[in-house]
Design a protein around this ligand. Structure first.
Ligand SMILES: [Zn+2]
Length: 612
């Protein structure tokens, strides 16, 4: 419709063709999505225009701040609602109020949280029906995190999702998934987010999404980590006080909530039950585990109507703020304790001993009343595999949920790490995470622990712009694989300027996850150390012929080993390069190449380290 014509025939309060424009004037405080009856979601400019109106009418209770720029140069903005107009994080922490940070639209086609936050903010500071939510809490939210993806609007961005009409795209301006970028922080958005996080030091973090996956009755699903990698006191509070209360309140508000996100063990057969999923720090809420803060993953169900999803998201955030108000003092104490425990991790052997790097299902299940839909399965001529067809008839069934967890990979934290300063990109990521680092003031020789690694396999197709040593999502052929790293104790000289990362700090877990090579999102796995696996000097064949003969003459056992290998390994026997390499790899020249020697040292103690 032509806008001028529409304006000419509309009067205030009347339903007409241009409700979005009406909402921008006078006392109509409906959000843009509400005005459109949830058929549409506002673009970034409309979103910020609504927020500017709220700021102007909020009597100083709301502020919008810029916290960086996207890759395409758009200003990243955060909204703060504080009852007394105090917007200084330190003063808010000192006042004993808790801070909730909500991140919306990291996947910008999943913008339910943005529209929910606009409504919640309006009800807190304009209509004041929810004003009490700021009594002991401050609401900080990012309306749109992945703005470049959000503005790449199309009706065809998410084939699974039931509206709104035009939505954003999953990746950022360089097609990176920001919710795989928390640890490696490749994107400018991720780096700005980490700065924002540490500026505000929220007491609780929420990341709002919309599901992919199965069909079922729940419109609101959420998960808050409370496993063995979460501080025990915090985990207990989440399990006993937070999760059940959120489920109860969201259900009471007329929604169907699941206190766990739904991952089927078999995508074509819900009756097989629910799977376990680990939460490594490439994800926002996985990162929050390393930040010693509770983090909630919210997944609204993709096939529910947009109104149901936005209002469900609203009720979940509202209920969480109620719990945070109720338990403010307790939450502050739990977070302080989690920080203190993290700063003890390097106090080996007084620390926790074994620090979990990766969790796995241990085979135990718990009965879970699954509110699904009746479905049928048949062999499909299209896909050649099983086709699941959902009805919308409720199917309530108690199913096994994979809840038992074991620590599949752990490490004994050292007192600290030392990184040769040439590894600038590795150090740069730690700096982006605000990990505290010192520099060696002079060349320094010390016995340290170092890993020697071999057998790595890199993924063929890219995953998040890299070729990691793990199997990325949907990557198809040639998944990457971690070989093995074994720890040796040796004397190493580190040059002046090398970086020392002591673990007696709040962010010790970030350093451990980045620098322990086998950790799921380590610098090693993401490819930041790939060059250590490259052989840089080689022996010419005619030179190696002479060396090989000399080595066999000096060492009959080596000669016997070589001959056994030739007899038993046909591929080896057929390769002149492999046969000569056998000798090169056993010569001092190869050792000097240091192939696979991980350059980061594990410090057994911080005593006497010359650093500042
Ligand atoms: Zn998502």
């Amino acid at each position: 419709m032509n806008r001028m014509v529409g304006l000419g025939i509309c009067v205030s309060g009347m339903v007409c063709g241009l409700p979005a424009l009406l909402a921008q004037t006078g006392g109509d405080w409906r959000t843009p999505a509400e005005v459109a009856d949830y058929r549409t979601t506002p673009d970034y400019a409309e979103t910020m225009a609504y927020l500017d109106r709220v700021v102007a009418e909020s009597a100083g209770q709301v502020k919008v701040e810029e916290f960086g720029r996207t890759g395409e140069g758009r200003p990243l903005r955060v909204v703060i609602a504080s009852k007394d107009g105090v917007f200084d994080p330190a003063k808010i922490h000192a006042s004993g109020r808790v801070i909730l940070l909500v991140q919306n639209s990291i996947h910008a086609g999943e913008m339910d949280g943005k529209d929910a936050c606009l409504a919640l903010l309006r009800d807190i500071v304009i209509t004041k029906s929810r004003a009490a939510l700021l009594d002991h809490a401050v609401l900080v939210f990012i309306p749109v995190y992945n703005i470049d993806g959000h503005e790449r609007r199309s009706p065809y961005n998410r084939i699974n999702q039931n509206g709104p009409e035009v939505i954003g795209w999953r990746g950022n301006g360089t097609n990176l998934n920001l919710n795989r970028d928390y640890m490696k922080a490749d994107a400018p958005e991720a780096r700005a987010l980490l700065k924002l996080l540490h500026r505000w030091m929220p007491d609780f973090f929420v990341d709002d999404h919309v599901t992919d996956g199965a069909d079922y009755q729940y419109d609101v699903t959420f998960a808050i980590d409370a496993g063995p990698d979460v501080a025990p006191g915090t985990a207990q509070w989440i399990r006993e006080s937070v999760t059940p209360e959120l489920e109860r309140q969201v259900d009471a508000a007329g929604h169907v909530a699941s206190p766990s996100t739904i991952n089927l063990r078999d995508d074509t057969d819900p009756a097989q039950g629910l799977a376990f999923s680990d939460n490594p720090p490439r994800f926002s809420t996985g990162q929050m585990i390393l930040e010693n803060r509770p983090g909630m993953l919210v997944e609204l169900h993709m096939l529910k109507e947009y109104k149901s999803r936005v209002t469900g998201n609203y009720e979940l955030l509202r209920a969480l703020l109620e719990v945070m108000n109720r338990d403010a003092a307790k939450l502050i104490a739990l977070n302080a304790r989690a920080d203190a425990e993290a700063a003890q991790l390097g106090a080996h052997p007084l620390g926790n001993g074994k620090f979990p790097l990766r969790l796995e299902w241990n085979g135990e299940t718990t009965p879970f009343l699954f509110r699904g839909y009746k479905y049928t399965r048949e062999l499909s001529a299209v896909s050649g595999s099983m086709w699941v067809k959902y009805s919308h008839e409720p199917w309530n069934r108690t199913l096994p949920m994979a809840t038992g967890v074991k620590v599949a990979l752990s490490t004994t934290p050292p007192a600290g790490y030392v990184i040769p300063q040439a590894w600038t990109r590795v150090i740069d990521v730690l700096a982006a995470h605000d990990v505290r680092m010192e520099r060696l003031t002079g060349d320094w020789t010390r016995t340290v622990e170092r890993y020697r690694c071999s057998g790595m396999e890199w993924q063929g197709p890219p995953f998040e712009g890299r070729h990691p040593m793990f199997a990325g999502e949907g990557a198809g052929a040639e998944p990457g694989k971690f070989g093995q790293c074994s720890l040796t104790t040796e004397q190493v000289t580190y040059l002046a300027g090398s970086v020392v990362v002591a673990l007696n700090q709040r962010l010790s877990k970030v350093a451990i996850h980045w620098l322990e090579p086998e950790a799921p999102d380590s610098a090693m796995r993401w490819g930041f150390f790939d060059s250590i696996f490259e052989q840089k000097e080689y022996g010419e064949g005619y030179v190696m012929e002479r060396v090989a003969r000399e080595m066999m003459e000096k060492d009959p056992a080596l000669k016997a080993e070589f001959e056994r290998r030739v007899m038993s390994d046909a591929r080896f026997a057929a390769s002149p390069e492999a046969r000569l390499a056998f000798f090169y790899e056993r010569s001092p020249y190869f050792q000097e190449n240091r192939v696979g020697v991980y350059p980061v040292g594990r410090l057994l103690s911080l005593d006497g380290v010359p650093m500042k």
